[in-house]
Design a protein around this ligand. Sequence first.
Ligand code: CP3
Length: 656
Amino acid sequence: MSTTIPPEEKSVSQTALQGIRVLGFESRRCEDMTRMLQRAGAETFVSPSMQEVALDEDQEAVNFAEQVIAGKFDVVVFLTGVGIRHWMQATAETIEQAELLEALQKTTIVARGPKPVSALRELKIRPDYRIPEPNTWREIVDTLSKEIPLANKRVAVQEYGRSNPNLLAGLEALGASVQSFRVYRWELPDDLGPLEANLQRIARQEADVLLFTSSPQVVHFLQVAQRMGIESEVRQGLENAVVLSIGPTTTERLHELKLPMDGEPEHPKMGYLVNLAIEAGPDMVQRKRAGQPTIIAKSSPVEVPSGEPSDALQDSLFMKACRLEPTPRPPIWLMRQAGRYMKEYRAVREGLTFLELCKNPDLCTEVMLTAVDRLGVDAAILFADLLPILEAMGFDLEYVKGDGPVIHNPLRKVEDLSRVQELEDADSQDFVLETVRKTRAGLPSDIPLIGFAGAPFTLASYAIEGGGSRNYLNTKRFMFQNESAWHDLLGRLARSVAIYLNAQIEAGAQAVQLFDSWVGCLNIDDYRRYVLPHTRSVIQAITPGTPVIHFGAGNPTLLPALREAGGDVLGIDWRTRLEEAWKLVGYDRAVQGNLDPLSLLAPMEVILQRTDDLLKQAAGRPGHIFNLGHGIVPQTPVEHVIELVSYIKGISTESS
Ligand code: CP3
């Protein structure tokens, strides 16, 4: 089995940037950036280039809060999470917080990206609109122009650092009267030493790659170069280096200041930017040195979280594959790896209904830990089910022996929508969160735990059909006849699922999988129209830095649209060759799959032939997570599963 992994790819991540001098200007996450670059072997110089300073003894923050309370605004647009937190702190002493929060509840709230969304969540405020990536002023204006009639509306924009005249003008052009508030602004850091040293390095042509992670950094960078009297040397130095920008806003500032720019990652996040430097940097540096033009590069997805999780988890095969980093072999786990095919599961389940089992965190933990231990897989999935969340939303759920899940009060008419209760928080799912905590505590420290939920369409199909279905007649009828009620329903489901998944992450899950098991009954046009925006809103709301696996089964032609909806990893069902599926998805996303689960019923040698064929199709590319194309069925011999896992694990010893 030594054929699948080209040996030179094995340790790329430790050596990719060896001999390359990378300069960064990040402040808050300076250490994270340094660590990620050093892991790839770079010589690293990260110099903080700004600090946030509260404005005028908080007067502006207080004014803003008073006007919100007085009901002066119809719409408030929040641009940054830090801004929201500063605002709450700055007003804590003078403004009655409960009154402010109540006033905000009554106002239409727009959040520019995931950071303001999570800052608002801390205040238990749910934004009415979230702006899609790449979260610039253009998407804000575009989204609001489609979603809210702004004529004669009073709009407040909470700005950050520097005012954005384009945004204000764009909103005014839609007929709004716009007022902006700036709660803090950017200043130069107290210690300019490291930034000055970096500017000298650039002036001396001793910098290979530069990473800009925000637009104020660019302004400060040039300001300090001017103060030092070395602006033209620095500009010259930049021409000879590879300049990477985190996203469109920063790129726009670089262009404005006539500074060069060679590449931008697909998502405006630091992990993606660093990955771009690792993937494309060495080649671009060569080209610069040879005086050849560089190609404007886009990176593949990766986000290395800044938080606590131990390195053993983050460095595990599974997490690396999610981040598209090379691994000596593909990690393996299997959908429905704990279940009726295992006698240990059947023993635990005896005497309990399935729902009783789901609501017993100790037993759920035991079921999953036993399966992980028995099979030797590289990742664990939370033991729970897709549907109990619907109970908390007002549906009467039962698992009927032989028939699977049944909902006794399905949603069939538009009027039924009024009884669909959106989750405000994840408290009703506490039994699941407790299972996450207990499973995490019981797992080996290098085995990641995957949380999961149903995607909005699949949950809606259960809510409407009242169970499984052959052709989704009721679901499609509702969708085609009542489009706006349909979007209302999927919006409620999407927001509830996002809260639920983020709570799982907070409780200890390292990654999450969104199951759109029945979405394959749709064609791509209907998927785009009726489903994609909702799935995308779930994925965009997921805590940044946590990989999302997006699994949609049944219709491989949907793959490009599933990719558009998002996900760091696309789950591939068994109906398509992995080779073709990955091509459709694009090699800048990881893939998970896709052995036919029923092939596990074949003799072992057939299973292994099919496994070899699958590995050949994956061609040793980074970012393949070995899995089935759907869940294990109860008739599967457990020995086959154990042997499959051990076969995949054997690849590493033979090929290294
Ligand atoms: O993967 C795992 O081992 C973790 C646990 C897990 C279960 N369900 C346990 C379960 C996961 C990830 C799920 C997800 C799930 N649940 C999906 C998406 C995956 C897929 O297959 O597409 C869906 C559609 C459901 C809904 C559901 N739950 C159905 C249709 C059924 C009945 C049919 C069946 O396959 O058993 C269930 C019940 C269920 N969920 C069982 C288990 C172990 C069997 C319950 C029993 O003991 O009778």
